[in-house]
Ligand binder design. Sequence first.
Ligand code: BEZ
Length: 392
Amino acid sequence: MRSIKSIAIATALCASVAAPAQAAEDFKVGLILPFSGVYGGLGGEIARAFELGLEVFGGEVNGRKIVLVKEDTEGKPNTGLAKTKKLIHSDKVDVLVGPVSSGVLAAMRDTVHNSQTPFVIANAGHDGISGSKCSPWFVRTSFSNRQIVRPMGQWMYDQGHRNIYLMAPDYAAGHQMMGHFKAGFEAAGGKIIGEEYPPLQGTKDYAPYLAKVKAAKPDALFVFFAGGAAIQFVKSFGDFNIGKDIPLTGAGWLTSPLYIKKQGEGANNIIGSANYVTTIDNAANKQFHAAFKAKHDRGGSEFGVQGYDSARVIVEALQAVNGNTSDKAAFMDAIRNVSFDGPRGKLRFDPINGNIIQHIYVYKNVKKEGVIGPEVYDIIKDVKVPSDGCNS
Ligand code: BEZ
C-alpha cells in the first residue's frame, strides 16, 4: 500500500506539471493623500513623485509587481480615517504612504498601529508620532513639525528680532509649529506679542488678520501656511503692502517651488526654514530633478522629494526581504533600517522614533532676472527630534 505521504507527493507533482506557475502576488501600496481641498496640490505632487520613484528604483521585486491604490483624504480627519480602514481591511494593502495633514495623521494613528500596518509618512509632521504617540509601524521620510521650526526661534533672535507676531491655520500642525517656534524664541529671550489662527479650509481673505499684525508693529511676522492657504496668504500679504516694515518669515512651505510662481511679488524677501531646497548640490538631487523634469517639464519640490524618497525606502526594504512580506514585523524592520544617499543627502531614520534625521535650510527669496526664488542663508545640520515619551 502506498503511504499517504507518497500519494500526497505524487499529487503535488502532477499539480505542478498540469497547472501553470502561479504569478507572485502584487505588492499593494495604499497612497492615502489629499487629492482635493486646500492640500490637494501637495498630495498630487507626492503621488507623482512616488510614481517616478518606482520608475527609477524599480516597480517590481522578486516577481512582485508594486501596484498603487489611491484614496483621497480631502485633508479631512474623518474621511482620512474611513479611507485608511478601507485600504487596510478591504484592499489589504501591504504598506500605506501619506498623509499630508497632521490632523489626518492623528486620526488614523490608532487604526494603523492596532492593525500592524507598515506606514511611511510622506508629509504630515504631527509631533506626537515621534513622541508619546509613536509606534513601531511608522517611519517618517518628511519631518516632524518641531524639526522645521524650533531651530528658527534661536535663529530669529540671533538676527536681532525681539518682538514677533505669529499666524497659522487653526489645526494641529498650526498650533504645534507656532508652539515650538515660541518655545525656542522665548528661551532665547524674545517675546511673542500676538497670535492669529484663521480656519484651515476656506479662508480667502487674510486682510482682517494682517490689519491686527500691522497695528501691533512687530519686528517680524512668523507664520506656517502651505498649499492653497499659502498661495492665498502670500498674495494677501503682498496686497497689504506691509513687507517693508514687517518682514515675513516662516516655515518654508510658505513659498514652495510648487507654487511660488502663483504668489507674485509678495513672495520676494520671505525668509523660511525647510527640509529641502532645490539647489542642494549632490548627484542624487541632480538625478531627481532631471528625471522629474523629463516627465513633468518642471523641477520637483520638497513634497516631491518626500514622495520619491518614500518609494525608494519601500523598494529597498522589499528587496531586503526578497519580496517576502508575510512577516510584517521583519518587513517593518527592513523599512526602518533603510539608509541611502538621496536628494537631501544621507537619508536615515532615528532608531527610536522612526523620524528622519536631516539638515534644516534657512533661505531667503530673492529676485534675479525677474524670477523670485530661494537662496540658502544658513544650514542647521543633522536635526533630530527628541523621542519624548516614545519607547517603541
Ligand atoms: C501638516 O499638517 O503636518 C503639514 C501640512 C502641510 C505642510 C506641512 C505640514
